[in-house]
Design a protein around this ligand. Structure first.
Ligand SMILES: NCc1[nH]cc(CCC(=O)O)c1CC(=O)O
Length: 313
């Protein structure tokens, strides 16, 4: 076993590399003598940077090449931000481990203002997330939301160049990159309900790689996995991709799971919210039943508009 080298397929953005190195180090620490290397790759999502994600086919773009490398045996595992992991996995691959969640909140970043509520009338806020746009606009209909893409460093550069009064990023990405001091306001879930899986790192590998799956168990964080499972079950029932304004966020409080969900129109004029509390082993069914409540409460009509004629049933 120890003469095998395990290869982690990874994108080359600083955040992707940080996450891959984090898993590499944790694997080697948990299993002294284990050899783990990185296989840095370029994905389609990295190449097409100036088109809104919604127009180029979504987040699957960032993972396809990594998955092909695993299926062809050039790599053994891939590390993902759970937020970017699609609902379905290709035949032969599976998500086997979810690591402990970093700060799940959205971060308000600005060089002039301390919070969303402090922004002046008509301020320009950068984000390409319909979920963030929806919640910002619902709270502050006067704000002008402008598209913002690129990796974390690029986005901060555009803020610093004066293109925006403020931008919204995931707190987790900023903290991992040592940029925590850029956060002016870690937005509570009441102001910005996070995306499914936000802040959690997941590990994908070949479903029949029993040796690796066993080694990876040491990195699994059960509480995080339960929360993310509930969030993903809700998202799956809604057939949510990343181009839809869906928030889903679960926490464990004294072993009780508290799941909150939100579906809104991109302009923030409509918003359907709901929540479930229950035992941790009901994670999936809570996600599904919350999704159904949201659908019946208006989300079906909102999503029908967004999906343009392909509504969830
Ligand atoms: N959509 C891109 C993406 N995917 C994961 C993170 C941040 C880290 C995380 O949520 O784990 C980000 C950047 C952002 O939203 O600011």
């Amino acid at each position: 076993m120890l003469n095998k080298i395990f290869r982690i397929a990874t994108r080359q953005s600083p955040l992707a590399l940080w996450q891959a190195q984090y898993v590499q180090q944790r694997l080697m620490a948990a299993h002294p003598g284990l050899q783990v290397e990185l296989l840095p790759m370029v994905t389609k999502g990295d190449v097409i940077l100036d088109t809104p994600l919604a127009k180029v086919g979504g987040k699957g773009l960032f993972v396809k090449e990594l998955e092909l490398a695993m299926l062809e045996g050039r790599a053994d595992l891939a590390v993902h931000s759970m937020k970017d992991v699609p609902i379905d996995f290709p035949q032969g691959l599976g998500l086997v481990t979810i690591c402990e969640r970093e700060d799940p909140r959205d971060a308000f970043v600005s060089n002039r203002y301390n919070s969303v509520d402090e922004l002046p009338q008509g301020a320009v806020v950068g984000t390409s997330s319909l979920r963030r746009q929806c919640q910002l606009s619902a709270r502050r209909p006067d704000l002008v939301i402008r598209s913002l893409r690129g990796n974390v460093g690029t986005r901060l550069g555009k803020l610093d160049a004066g293109e925006y009064d403020a931008i919204i990023l995931a707190a987790a990405g900023l903290k991992r990159l040592g940029l925590e001091d850029r956060i002016r306001q870690a937005m509570p879930a009441e102001i910005s309900l996070p995306a499914v899986g936000q802040g959690a790192v997941g590990i994908e590998c070949r479903a029949d790689d029993e040796q690796l799956i066993t080694l990876l168990q040491a990195l699994n964080h059960d509480d995080t996995a339960v929360c993310v499972r509930a969030e993903r079950a809700m998202n799956t029932r809604l057939e949510g991709g990343c181009q839809v304004p869906i928030g889903s966020f679960a926490v464990l409080e004294d072993d009780q799971l508290w799941l909150r969900g939100l579906v809104g129109s991109p302009d923030g004029s409509q918003m359907v919210v709901g929540e479930r509390r229950g035992p941790r082993d009901h994670a999936e069914r809570m996600g599904v039943s919350l999704a159904e409540e949201l659908l019946d409460g208006g989300a079906r009509d909102i999503l029908r508009e967004v999906y343009q004629g392909q509504p969830p049933v």
